[in-house]
Design a protein around this ligand. Structure first.
Ligand code: NI
Length: 478
């Protein structure tokens, strides 16, 4: 038995510590630990309710739009205006957040995950990207390596264009100024719309002609990684409203709970956050009543991340969940195109919850989103309203559920005497990187690692598995 600690895992956001025990060429036990505490939920208590949206946006510089959007949905519901949000506001929120998805998926594939598979020796980026472990299991020809390193550089420019899309309607990145409770603060000009359309077309070309073919190439060379890092239980809140209101069914990506091929409806009241192995006091609770009470006096704890569970089980969230549920529910736009892509890499929806499946799911999602963004842009009414007026109630409760690039994000608020009396956030990585719960059930990343056959000390395989989830630790602990 050999214990290997990777602390911190590089090429992800924030401070994730992963400890694996390797015996007879297999990871027999894994522990995922969030190594920092934030306290943002506590900072909000007693404040003016609208502050929550501005402050929670600052939870993360990588995924600010996730919190900006979920917190706006949460306050819309507490203020009783979810049904009154104008069509323009809904479209502009989708256009700003969707552009952030494209940025995220290109960033994740080229700059975070791909170096685990490359041999960049002989290229100008050798000093930056070379890793002996990755090069040893590199399955690309020297020409393919050169081409992929070239795309690594090209992807930097594409990320800039995607950030510009966010900034055109959102004001700036990382912390947009446009998405607010009640709608958006900015009415675009015809020039903004033309600038958005032009850049979106450039991104569409890159996604279809470069990103998707590169993901297919990787998937074909690493076909065995569709059997590595599997979880199989997937959950989605539903992403990108197609109508005003709180109905999760009226979204581009439908909600659901997926278990090994079949989908059940989601009931958000069944979510609980466990803290048995986390550095917090208290018992398992729904986030509308759960507390954040940090303590270091807890011998059995090993993470600052809480452990969200749905009906007592750990679920993977993210693009694999969204795409598997979309396919299983038969709600796929561009059906033939996506099925062709799956056929080309030789898998079905049940293989999406795996290392290679997650990369394929992100690419599929990018192709769907780029078309949805074009449609939403064409539906804008530049003369129409972009926000609805509201008053702050003395007493109210709200819930905001959204899908971020990394998975489901939820915000919960309770207002008393016109002030924030309670605020809880569950981010995608809280689900995926959670520690064990009171029943000893591992979190999804721990489960994905355990049972994996490895060569050597297991660091290469562990890195590939953990990065396939695209973890964000700043988000995982609030
Ligand atoms: Ni984040």
């Amino acid at each position: 038995m050999r214990t290997v600690t990777i602390d911190p895992i590089t090429r992800i956001e924030g401070h994730l510590r992963v400890e694996i025990e390797v015996a007879d060429g297999m990871i027999v036990r894994a522990r995922s630990s969030g190594a920092l505490f934030r306290g943002i939920e506590l900072i909000l208590l007693g404040r003016y309710p609208l502050d929550a949206q501005r402050i929670t946006t600052r939870i993360c510089g990588v995924c600010p739009l996730a919190h900006s959007t979920a917190s706006s949905f949460c306050l819309d519901s507490a203020l009783g205006i979810s049904e009154k949000i104008p069509k323009n506001s809904r479209l502009l929120r989708n256009l700003i957040f969707g552009a952030n998805f494209l940025h995220n998926h290109i960033l994740h594939f080229y700059h975070l995950a791909l170096p685990d598979y490359l041999d960049p020796r002989g290229s100008p980026l050798e000093g930056l990207l070379y890793s002996p472990e990755a090069a040893e299991d590199c399955r690309f020809s020297s020409e393919e390596n050169r081409k992929l390193v070239g795309h690594y550089v090209e992807a930097l420019d594409m990320r800039r264009k995607a950030q510009e899309l966010v900034a055109l309607f959102g004001g700036k990145m990382p912390h947009d100024m446009a998405i607010v409770p009640g709608g958006v603060t900015y009415r675009p000009t015809p020039g903004d719309v033309a600038a958005y359309r032009f850049r979106l077309e450039e991104l569409r070309a890159f996604i279809m002609d470069v990103y998707v073919p590169d993901v297919i190439l990787l998937a074909k060379r690493y076909q065995d990684y569709f059997e590595v890092g599997k979880v199989g239980r997937l959950l989605s809140y539903g992403g990108f409203p197609e109508e005003s209101g709180r109905n999760l069914e009226e979204r581009l990506f439908p909600p659901g709970v997926y278990r090994h091929g079949s989908v059940e409806p989601l009931d958000p009241r069944e979510i609980r956050e466990a803290v048995a192995r986390s550095w917090y006091e208290g018992d398992e609770a729904h986030p509308s009543s759960g507390q954040t009470r940090p303590t270091l006096e807890k011998q059995e704890a090993y993470s600052w991340i809480k452990a969200p569970r749905y009906r007592g089980e750990a679920f993977e969230v993210g693009p694999a969940a969204r795409m598997a549920i979309l396919l299983a529910r038969g709600k796929l736009p561009l059906k033939s195109h996506v099925e062709e892509l799956l056929k080309e890499v030789g898998i079905g929806p049940e293989s999406l919850s795996s290392v290679m499946g997650r990369h394929v799911a992100r690419a599929i999602e990018a192709t769907i989103l780029v078309e949805a963004l074009k449609r939403w842009l064409s539906e804008l009414d530049l003369a129409g309203p972009v926000a609805v007026p509201f008053e702050i109630p003395d007493v109210a409760e709200g819930e905001g559920l959204a899908e971020a690039p990394r998975g489901g994000v939820g915000h919960w608020i309770r207002i008393e005497s016109g002030r924030i009396a309670h605020y809880q956030v569950i981010s995608p990585t809280t689900w995926n990187a959670s520690p064990r719960d009171g029943q000893g059930k591992p979190g999804p990343i721990e489960e994905a690692l355990e049972g994996t056959k490895v060569r050597g000390n297991g660091m290469l395989e562990a890195g590939r598995i953990v990065r396939s989830f695209d973890p964000c630790l700043a988000c995982a602990v609030q």
